[in-house]
Design a protein around this ligand. Structure first.
Ligand SMILES: Nc1nc2c(c(=O)[nH]1)N[C@H]1C(S)=C(S)[C@@H](COP(=O)(O)OP(=O)(O)OC[C@H]3O[C@@H](n4cnc5c(N)ncnc54)[C@H](O)[C@@H]3O)O[C@H]1N2
Ligand code: MOO
Ligand SMILES: [Mg+2]
Length: 397
């Protein structure tokens, strides 16, 4: 049996080089950016008025002048105009260019306007007050977003503002999610006493959606010939086959042998870890990789999060953001296995605390709901004390 570290390096070494494709700006949401996004102009591109009011030349105010005749109006969306006399002012609107020869904006709330004369009811006016100065956020030519970032609404806004109507992103892998087992019925069916409704593929499909991947869903019964017929059609279409169930030692756990019969090379089958010991990882010469997650829901979830997401992230050249947290209680775990412990996170003063979530078994999907991530306690150690620091693999469940 291989260690978690060995398994992860094998998964990484079988990453897929995903090509780059061009998609419409809005379609790029949640995809991984494959190009840097550069500022085509300064941010902001001009001295931008940030309050509705008047623009003056502050020298006149410093010399004691308080009342200013309104010369003109500068709306947002109009070319920049010029203050003709430093003793006058121009009405300016939020989003407008600051008029030439002005250097301060006074809000309407701080003015009295009568007969086209604005009187300032303030004791002080500072240079460039209520003005967002050109280039203070970014300079033209600078990289605003690096390649490798997952595209968020804020990144979409940045790309729109620099005129990127089409965006280069990494192609997403085509994924098939497949549940197995004669005990499974669909969500709409009333299960008999010996049956359960299948839930793992819904969980995986939803998790894949978080990565922007719209996967297709399949089902295999516990019968090798029926499995082969279904798998043959799936093999041609997908980059990843993500199974749950049928990978352990049971008389009806046919998946490993059926996949091998179809030409899959087994890269590993079982890892020194709990949960998720029977995980199967293999590859077809079509390039398709197989993750055969153990059927218990928490095992499926942990294997998906740790191994599939690692594969996905290296394939997409995406870097996960590490989080370190402090274990809140002592744990003793004697088997020579890495134990993945589901945790909730809470902030206590400066410290991020990882509190283990009570789960009875890896079949306990109800308590999985409480967890925000897991920590992996190394196999070589048996006692883990409260106060120790661990990296947390965060997930959104
Ligand atoms: N003799 C041994 N037995 C088992 C071992 C072992 O090492 N030796 N490993 C155990 C571990 S650990 C796990 S985890 C499970 C993995 O089993 P399989 O991958 O073969 O999965 P199944 O037998 O098909 O199902 C296990 C469990 O999960 C439920 N299940 C399966 N699919 C779904 C689904 N789509 N939605 C909801 N629940 C699902 C299934 O009904 C079973 O209860 O094996 C242990 N046995
Ligand atoms: O993956 Mo199994 O928990 O260790 O049920
Ligand atoms: Mg089984």
């Amino acid at each position: 049996m291989i260690s978690v570290q060995e398994a992860l390096s094998l998964v990484v070494s079988h990453k897929k080089d995903l090509s780059i494709e061009t998609v419409d700006l809005l379609q790029s949401y949640k995809r991984i950016l494959a190009q840097p996004v550069k500022a085509d102009r300064d941010f902001p591109p001009f001295h931008r008025v940030t309050m509705d009011g008047i623009a003056i030349n502050s020298t006149a105010f410093e010399q004691g002048q308080r009342s200013f005749t309104i010369e003109a109006i500068q709306p947002a969306g109009s070319p920049q105009i010029q203050l003709q006399s430093a003793q006058n002012c121009i009405e300016v609107m939020t989003g407008a260019m600051l008029p030439v020869n002005t250097n301060a904006v006074i809000r309407y709330e701080d003015l009295t306007i009568e007969n086209q004369v604005a009187t300032i009811n303030l004791d002080t006016v500072t240079t460039y007050q209520n003005v967002h100065l050109q280039g203070t956020d970014e300079k033209a030519g600078n990289v605003l977003v690096q390649a490798g970032e997952q595209i968020t609404p804020a990144i979409i806004a940045i790309m729109a503002s620099v005129g990127l109507a089409e965006v280069q992103v990494y192609r997403l892998p085509k994924v098939a999610v497949c549940s197995t087992g004669d005990e499974l019925v669909t969500v709409t069916e009333q299960p008999q006493a010996h049956q359960i409704r299948q839930s793992n593929s819904y969980m995986l499909l939803a998790a894949l959606k978080q990565e922007g991947i719209l996967a297709n869903s399949y089902y295999l019964p516990d019968e090798p010939n029926a499995m082969i017929a279904q798998l043959l059609s799936m093999l041609q279409q997908y980059d990843v086959l993500l199974f749950s169930g049928a990978v352990s030692k049971g008389k009806f756990d046919f998946l490993p042998q059926v996949l091998q019969q179809l030409g899959m090379q087994t890269i590993f089958h079982s890892i020194a870890q709990k949960p998720g010991k029977p995980l199967l990882f293999g590859k077809f010469n079509t390039g398709a990789v197989v993750f055969g997650c153990p059927g218990n829901p928490v095992s499926t979830w942990v294997c998906y999060q740790l191994y599939f997401r690692t594969w996905l992230y290296v394939s997409l050249q995406q870097k996960p953001k590490p989080v370190i947290a402090t274990l809140t209680k002592d744990i003793v775990f004697k088997p020579a296995l890495t134990q993945h412990v589901l945790v909730k996170l809470k902030q206590v003063d400066e410290k991020l605390m990882a509190e283990p979530v009570d789960t009875s078994t890896s079949g306990d999907m109800v308590n999985l709901m409480q967890a925000e991530g897991f920590i992996s306690l190394p196999a070589e150690q048996t006692h883990f004390s409260a106060g120790s620091l661990f990296p947390v693999l965060l997930f959104d469940n």
